[in-house]
Ligand binder design. Sequence first.
Ligand SMILES: Cc1cc2nc3c(=O)[nH]c(=O)nc-3n(C[C@H](O)[C@H](O)[C@H](O)COP(=O)(O)O)c2cc1C
Length: 326
Amino acid sequence: MIKNDLTSQYAGLKLKNPIVVASSGQTDSVAKIKKLAEAGAAAVVIKSLFEEQLEGLTQQLSQEQDHVEAYDYINQYVQSNEIEKHLEIIRTAKKENDIPIIASVNCFKSGKWVEYAKHLVDAGADALEVNIMRLETGLNADPSSVIKDHLAIAKEISNEVNVPVAVKLDRHFSTLVSLIDRLSYTGIKGVTLFNRSYRMDVDIQHERIVSGKILTSSEDLADTLRYTGLISAKVPKVCLSASTGIHTAEDALKALLVGASNVQLCSTLYQNGPSQIQAILQGIDSWMSDKQYRSISEFRGKLKAHEEDATLYSRMQFMKYFSNKE
Ligand SMILES: Cc1cc2nc3c(=O)[nH]c(=O)nc-3n(C[C@H](O)[C@H](O)[C@H](O)COP(=O)(O)O)c2cc1C
């Protein structure tokens, strides 16, 4: 039984505890969402609607059609059918559960998909997480235009919908803190750190490119902690959701201590099932009792990068640590 006050936040939503289920195959059906809610999840982020998923499907069909009108018809049908299935998951999940249901869109540019966002909200989504996933591979790619596009997406979507918007980001930004500061003026309420992009690997036996490790472990937590600690100190106006590497109660507590408002679980649920949610909640609760904390707000952010601790997050640590190693 939980003894302490575990209430938390997600982009302006009040949550009964800090455990959110991350967007993934774990949240792609009403039945799975129901199980997660029953297992104690405070909110779920539904499996993303992908731009490519919609576009890929329509392109595939276009190859089978040489008549333009037929293509247009099928194109429209496929898009609306896909979206309709997705909307139905939100509607039913919302009806059958009393936790916030967060819709998710995985995108890389602003534009047409913003129209879909309104439908997600009309279907009952309590908030929207926008996963901006770009992989710049062009020789002439311009870093400032990548930043501009991120800001445009955040602004357009925040203007379009009347529910809280969170942006889920990739860790590969040389100026992440400044990007998030600029994002905080676009109307978004939260930032999820981080996305996990598709991993590639090389099979040396067959000499080909293969899929890398899909799931994470607690060892993947370090970047999440570093940037959560830095950003919670420097951009206090956005609410941070820690994603990547949260597997245990200890991982969740670390993220909360450096300033996360909540944590998102994905890999650990693939590995251990929904019962892991209770195990983590019990672990957080008993640590709090041992430390005599009664609510999460009493310790959340205690270890963020305060001015006096800032060097613990910086290049200085690298110098101190590695200059003394043999
Ligand atoms: C199989 C799988 C599917 C995923 N699908 C999505 C998705 O649709 N949208 C999204 O934003 N993130 C997706 N993710 C990323 C997760 O939401 C999460 O950010 C990532 O797995 C890191 O968290 P973890 O360490 O708890 O696994 C997916 C992850 C996995 C493993």
